[in-house]
Design a protein around this ligand. Structure first.
Ligand code: GDP
Length: 432
């Protein structure tokens, strides 16, 4: 897998090319409240190569001079990407800002693919030569709006991906996500400092180093993106979009998500973005209500907060909630067993005959309601995937599977098999 980041000054066509590269595939599939709709992050495949792509143009600093903003965007790209796609405008010629960006990129030593945009037809081809002066790779002519040259750019990007495949680290991979200051790093540190945890010292490239492997009671784990959590002090660290971006990237690469909420300040709008993404990614989720030590409480507080969380995150009804304190280490030792638990459920495969017994029994107890005189009939069910567990219902007419009946079937599956912490997907297919 390679990570591509797109940089360039405003209006050179970054978002157009970003969308071209992704085609239609990354449009958000599910309608989860609170998910950020601005697309700054996506994933795709080009010739057998999986890649992830970031449009840094969507990460904006507020109240910062223009140059500072570009600088932050390029820094983010350098930090996050394996290859950088630098886009310039073939109608404007080389500008001072282009030179400024080129200088930063050259200094970083990261591979750069240079695309000259707005070369909409052959008569403009000659415009690309002056961009050799940027001292980067050979300029490639593209037209974002006409979809020309995108394949050439993809070839060049894939070619520039680092050769060496990273050794897969052993163990369940979990990501600790949440908005800034909820206590993610404190929590990771608390976990790693718990007795009998052995943090392995694995030499590797900088990319390897962002994942921290450790072992407890003979079991292996990897905390994804720990360096991102620990490293501090960059101007852009607290930009919401950047933290969402980091979270998205960590969620992609993990098996289990710890979604951290700050118990001291309570649930905020921003919490929902990150949670929504984890849900859509189909990863098992544990809700970690941190700073429990700082919450003034009586015997009813835990129930009240639980109710609040359930109301605010309706779509996460399957996620267990843990009340912890990274500061006093209260219940920090319950995190790993819970991670094991939800991981297990996300990987669970149900034997076909058992599955069909449950589904048929559910249908018998409560048949689907009729719509315009027609009724959904489930003929047969089959589990087609794990992580998340995905079920196909072969039915008389897929259109007849409505939200409430889908929810009913999901609930029956959960009653029968658990699936704690794990989203499950139900797909209706026509029997033929
Ligand atoms: P991150 O940005 O999510 O990684 O948050 P940090 O781990 O840097 O924590 C932000 C602030 O919250 C720091 O001042 C921590 O000391 C504090 N903090 C973290 N966990 C707890 C906790 O469990 N209880 C209390 N009272 N404070 C905490």
């Amino acid at each position: 897998k390679g990570v591509v980041a797109i940089v360039g000054r405003p209006n050179v066509g970054k978002s157009t090319i970003f969308n071209r590269i992704l085609g239609e595939r990354v449009s958000i599939v599910e309608d989860t409240p609170g998910v950020t709709r601005d697309r700054i992050y996506g994933k795709g495949t080009w010739l057998t190569q999986d890649f992830r792509i970031i449009d840094t143009g969507g990460i904006q600093l507020e109240n910062q001079p223009f140059q500072e903003e570009i600088k932050a965007q390029v820094e983010i790209a350098i930090e996050e990407a394996d290859v950088i796609l630098f886009i310039v405008n073939g109608r404007d010629g080389v500008t001072g800002d282009d030179e400024f960006i080129a200088r930063m990129l050259r200094r970083s030593g990261k591979p750069v693919v240079l695309a000259v945009n707005k070369i909409d037809d052959a008569t403009l081809q000659g415009n690309i030569y002056e961009f050799y002066a940027l001292g980067l790779s050979e300029p490639i002519a593209v037209s974002g709006s006409h979809g020309i040259g995108i394949g050439d750019v993809m070839d060049a990007l894939v070619e520039a991906f680092p050769e060496k495949q990273q050794p897969e680290l052993e163990g369940i991979r979990f990501a600790v996500i949440g908005r800034p200051n909820v206590g993610k790093s404190s929590l990771v540190n608390a976990l790693l400092k718990e007795e009998r945890v052995i943090v392995s010292d694995i030499e590797g490239t900088t990319r390897d180093a962002i994942d921290t492997p450790f072992e407890q009671d003979g079991k292996h784990y990897v905390v994804v993106d720990t360096a991102g959590i620990r490293k501090r002090g960059k101007v852009y660290e607290n930009i919401e979009k950047y933290s969402v971006l980091r979270a998205m990237s960590a969620i992609e690469r993990c098996d289990v998500v710890l979604f951290v909420i700050d118990g001291e300040s309570g649930i905020r709008e921003q919490d929902k973005h990150v949670a929504g993404y984890a849900h859509e990614a189909g990863k098992p989720i544990i809700i970690v209500y941190n700073k429990w030590d700082a919450v003034e409480k009586d015997e009813k507080t835990m129930n009240r907060v639980t109710e609040q969380i359930r109301t605010q995150f309706v779509y996460l009804s399957y996620a267990p909630i843990l009340f912890v304190s990274a500061k006093t280490h209260q219940r920090v030792n319950t995190l790993l067993p819970m991670i094991e638990d939800v991981y297990h459920y996300s990987q669970l495969r149900i034997a076909t005959n058992v599955l069909n017994e449950v589904v048929m029994d559910a249908q018998l107890t409560t048949p689907a309601p009729t719509h315009n005189g027609q009724r959904l009939k489930i003929l047969y069910a089959s589990q087609v995937a794990v992580a998340p567990p995905t079920f196909v219902l072969f039915v008389n007419d897929p259109q007849l599977l409505h939200f409430s009946y889908r929810r009913y079937i999901e609930n029956r599956l959960r009653e029968a098999f658990g699936f704690d912490g794990s989203p499950i997907r139900i797909i209706a297919r026509s029997k033929d």
